[in-house]
Design a protein around this ligand. Structure first.
Ligand code: VGL
Ligand code: ZN
Length: 201
């Protein structure tokens, strides 16, 4: 059984959003078409409280994109984004949400950040996503969404570690940084995942 995972297709990651991924909106028509090919579609949503530790404004004297140590790991400080119940945290209005069976929200704990849909960045807490998918007898996971080198990459890596066959759909994601995108694809391949294009699905 295969499932399509829509990672963080939210307004704040779109052009004009608080943490805009260049051309992020280009993926939406392809995501909508792809959903028809899957029996199970699930989504993640970055869903932060305003007090979240990943926001630069919550650290006195720190600027956006500086790093700090959080829970023993390096944390990039982001602009305020995807605050719970704001328009920025909502799915893009053109995304077809009718077939999304369940939404896993992440980044809700103020002091820990979660790029992956499975675990927070320090692997302290599970979201329950792996258990949900295993109960549904899912073995193959196809990833699309934003951003390619953060939430899509981290979700794909955790999926591989959880024993799922992982497909990273390279034309249905966009990156903040082109070089990081190339590194992300190499990392997925090295770990045993597959980098594919939507036309082969
Ligand atoms: C993301 C940075 C911070 C993402 C979320 O969805 O890739 N990136 N929060
Ligand atoms: Zn975030």
């Amino acid at each position: 059984m295969k499932a399509l995972v829509l990672i963080d297709i939210q307004n704040d990651f779109m052009p004009g959003g608080a943490l805009a991924v260049p051309n992020g909106d280009e993926i939406i028509p392809i995501v909508n078409q792809l959903q028809e090919k899957f029996e199970l579609v699930i989504a993640t949503q970055d869903w932060h409280p305003a007090s979240h530790a990943s926001f630069a404004v919550n650290h006195f004297g720190k600027e956006v994109y500086e790093t700090i140590h959080l829970e023993g790991i390096t944390q990039i400080l982001w602009p305020v984004h995807c605050v719970q119940n704001t328009v920025g945290a909502a799915f893009h209005p053109d995304l077809n949400t009718e077939r999304i069976e369940v939404i896993f929200r992440k980044g809700t704990t103020p002091e820990i950040d979660s790029y992956s849909g499975f675990y927070d960045n320090a692997h302290l807490k599970s979201t329950g996503l792996a258990g949900y998918l295993k109960e549904k007898k899912v073995t193959e996971l196809y990833f699309c969404g934003l951003a390619a080198e953060f939430c899509v990459l981290f979700s794909a890596k955790d999926a591989i570690a959880e024993g799922f066959e992982c497909f990273y759909i390279e034309d249905v994601t966009r990156a903040l940084d082109a070089e990081a995108f190339e590194n992300a694809k190499q990392e997925i391949t090295k770990l045993g995942g597959k980098v594919v294009t939507s036309s082969t699905i």
